[in-house]
Design a protein around this ligand. Structure first.
Ligand SMILES: Nc1ncnc2c1ncn2[C@@H]1O[C@H](COP(=O)(O)OP(=O)(O)OP(=O)(O)O)[C@@H](O)[C@H]1O
Ligand SMILES: [Mg+2]
Length: 112
C-alpha cells in the first residue's frame, strides 16, 4: 500500500476530486496548507494577485491506495491538477505500513 500526498492549487481541488472519484478511489483527506516551491512564492500569482509573502495557499490531498492502484492514481492527479504554470504542485509517494478500518476491524488493503 502507498500513501499518496499531493500538494495542489486550491482551485484545482474539484477537478482532482472528480478525477479520483472516476477511478474509484475510496477516500480522500483534504487539508488547507501553505507552502513554497522553487520560486519561493515570490513570482507566483494567486487568484490574479501577486503574493508578496513567501507562503502560498495550497491544498494537501492524502489518498491511501492499494499497490495495484498507484499508477492510475498518480496519473489522475497529475492530469487533473496540471495547468502548465509554475506552482502546480507535487506528489509524494510513501510506503504505507498498515490501514485499519475502525468500524469493522478490517486491516490492510481490505480496509482502504
Ligand atoms: N521539496 C518540497 N518539499 C515539501 N513540499 C514541497 C516541496 N516542493 C514543493 N512543495 C509544496 O508544493 C507546493 C507547490 O510547489 P511548486 O509546484 O511551486 O514546486 P516547484 O518545484 O517550484 O515547481 P514549479 O517550478 O512548477 O513551480 C509548495 O507550495 C509546497 O507546499
Ligand atoms: Mg514553484
Amino acid at each position: 500500500m502507498k500513501l499518496i500526498t499531493a500538494i495542489i492549487k486550491p482551485f484545482k481541488l474539484d477537478d482532482v476530486r472528480e478525477a479520483l472519484s472516476d477511478i474509484g478511489v475510496q477516500g480522500i483527506t483534504v487539508t488547507e496548507v501553505k507552502g513554497f516551491g522553487r520560486q519561493k512564492g515570490h513570482t507566483e500569482l494567486y487568484r490574479g494577485a501577486e503574493y508578496v509573502v513567501d507562503f502560498l495557499p495550497k491544498v494537501k490531498l492524502e489518498v491511501a491506495v492499494a499497490d495495484g492502484s498507484v499508477e492510475q492514481t498518480l496519473e489522475a492527479i497529475s492530469k487533473s491538477a496540471n495547468t502548465g504554470k509554475i506552482g502546480d504542485g507535487k506528489i509524494f509517494v510513501s510506503a504505507l505500513e498498515q490501514v485499519i478500518r475502525i468500524r469493522t476491524g478490517e486491516t490492510g488493503e481490505e480496509a482502504i
